[in-house]
Design a protein around this ligand. Structure first.
Ligand code: SAM
Length: 252
């Protein structure tokens, strides 16, 4: 029964403020302190998808890498996507996303527990839209994860990440005779004491790209066009100030 599922959902705090069928909203962490980042990203994603696909969402499928409790997956389903595969490494998130999916009656959302690096992209095939939100800055192999995302993308991949300041300039690459330009940079963040955390890395060593690095890598691994998405002026401060970015990679 949907009302029993709602009662279970409403009895505890969530990472996201899910609006349920009754109109009630799940209580979110710290009295909703983080809700702004979720709402800003939802608005940016919907704007980018409407610009690319118009009102054809009913013909589209999507994969949501690192879906957590399914915030973006259920929103794609609510926009009308015909099939959404939500993937996360953590079993507890898959269980939570299943509860929310069922409470909202969104049968087109499927769940899969998998590390992003363990995904067999040949077996899963391609999806019109691939989401890779809030993930790559928790990884020690962000380029590998982006390659998985590219392999899963038929039309558009949206990547959202924390970024670090860029380091540019020229490098004597073995000798002054072999000078190479830096294409971007990564910062190392230590999450080794936080791997138990529900939003954290599973391995603890995290490579965070600069915006320049992310865009260069996305072009290099096969996105024909890469665009840093515009942020609403009243959006979440990290996105407004370029400390996080949402980037769309277009295959066609
Ligand atoms: C900061 S949360 C972001 C969740 C959601 N995509 C969002 O943007 O709100 C990071 C998520 O990445 C997942 N995660 C961490 N390492 C992963 C990995 N190697 N493979 C798949 N998921 C991973 C975590 O379990 C968590 O759900």
């Amino acid at each position: 029964m949907s009302s029993d599922l709602e009662a279970r959902a409403l009895a505890r705090p969530w990472f996201y403020p899910f609006r349920l069928r009754s109109g009630a909203t799940t209580p979110s962490y710290d009295g909703g302190w983080l809700d702004g980042i979720h709402h800003t990203r939802s608005a940016m994603l919907a704007t980018a998808l409407r610009a690319r696909f118009g009102d054809t969402f009913g013909q589209l499928d999507a994969v949501d890498l690192a879906c957590h409790q399914g915030w973006f997956s259920v929103q794609l389903a609510q926009l009308g996507f015909r099939d959404v595969l939500a993937v996360d490494a953590r079993a507890e998130h898959i269980a939570d996303a299943t509860l929310i999916r069922d409470a909202l009656g969104l049968a087109q959302v499927r769940l899969l527990q998998s590390d992003v690096h363990a995904i067999d992209s040949e077996a899963l095939g391609k999806f019109d839209v691939c989401l890779c939100l809030g993930l790559i800055y928790h990884l020690e192999n962000p380029v590998g994860a982006l390659r998985v995302a590219r392999a899963l993308t038929r039309h558009v991949c949206v990547v959202e990440t924390q970024v670090v300041p860029n380091l540019g300039g020229m490098v004597d690459y073995g000798s002054y005779k072999f000078v190479r330009p830096l294409k971007g940079s990564f910062g190392i963040i230590d999450e080794t004491d936080d791997t138990h955390g529900p939003e954290a890395s599973t391995t603890g060593i995290c490579l965070v790209p600069s915006t320049e690095a992310l865009c260069w890598i996305m072009r290099k691994i096969g996105f024909a066009r890469v665009e840093v998405l515009p942020v609403p002026a009243d959006g979440y401060e990290q996105l407004v100030h370029g400390k996080r970015v949402m980037v769309a990679g277009y295959v066609d």
